[in-house]
Design a protein around this ligand. Sequence first.
Ligand SMILES: NC(=O)c1ccc[n+]([C@@H]2O[C@H](COP(=O)([O-])OP(=O)(O)OC[C@H]3O[C@@H](n4cnc5c(N)ncnc54)[C@H](O)[C@@H]3O)[C@@H](O)[C@H]2O)c1
Length: 243
Amino acid sequence: MTPGILEGKACLITGGASGIGRAAVLAFAAAGANVLTADIQNCSSPELPFFAMDVRRPEQIRAAVAKAVALYGRLDCAVNCAGIGGVRACTAEYPDEVWDQVLAVNLTGVFHCMKEELAVMLPQGSGAIVNVASVAGVTGFARHSAYSASKHGVVGITKVAALEYARNGIRVNAVCPGFTRTPMVEEMLQERPGLEQRLEARMPVGRFGTPEEIASSILYLCSDAASFITGHAMLLDGGLTAG
Ligand SMILES: NC(=O)c1ccc[n+]([C@@H]2O[C@H](COP(=O)([O-])OP(=O)(O)OC[C@H]3O[C@@H](n4cnc5c(N)ncnc54)[C@H](O)[C@@H]3O)[C@@H](O)[C@H]2O)c1
């Protein structure tokens, strides 16, 4: 990616303490952006400002966006990456309380983040939002009804907001990663011996993605290099859904 492609851009990244979000924070900073990391999990560092927040709490999202504006004077880019996986269970047995938690973080959380981010971007007349969905947002993912529903929902609200704000200088896109080596996935692999090999065998490229590979596409979609792209759900899955 071109160095300095986000030079001086004010960015907020939720879920920026770990995995894909962390890789995005580092990639954005390396591209010259001023980044505020927002997460429920602490990851303070002297170089990269951090704001503790829970995307299930709209007032905490509002405070995170206000903090980014206080630090940088505006909000050019927002990456809504905070997410959880839920449990593995068929739909008939899927626990109600887990359904509620997954939807609250993955879908309602993104909805509230977008509301607060748009409230700053609209008067500016510019902005780029990237929501982190999943391949499970465009195909079924057996035994993960809550996760799949939440990610289909993220793709849906991404397209709706893209249509609504295209004439306001605001672009809204989603990325749909396939299996990517992050703490979320490592935990799943450790719980189920042999799964890693089975998944790799299913993947056309024969391997998992890296958080850095996902981050570079998020960065591209936030940058002016993607100025004609809005309402797009970009598959980043090593060919998984091509067949
Ligand atoms: N890893 C994959 O294979 C994969 C594939 C497709 C999509 N995704 C999506 O990518 C995103 C990042 O996942 P990851 O794999 O990097 O996982 P991760 O667990 O490493 O990172 C998720 C981050 O979200 C934060 N978070 C969780 N709940 C939160 C809350 N209520 N408020 C604020 N922050 C919260 C966590 O603290 C963590 O830092 C998620 O939305 C996930 O669904 C991941």
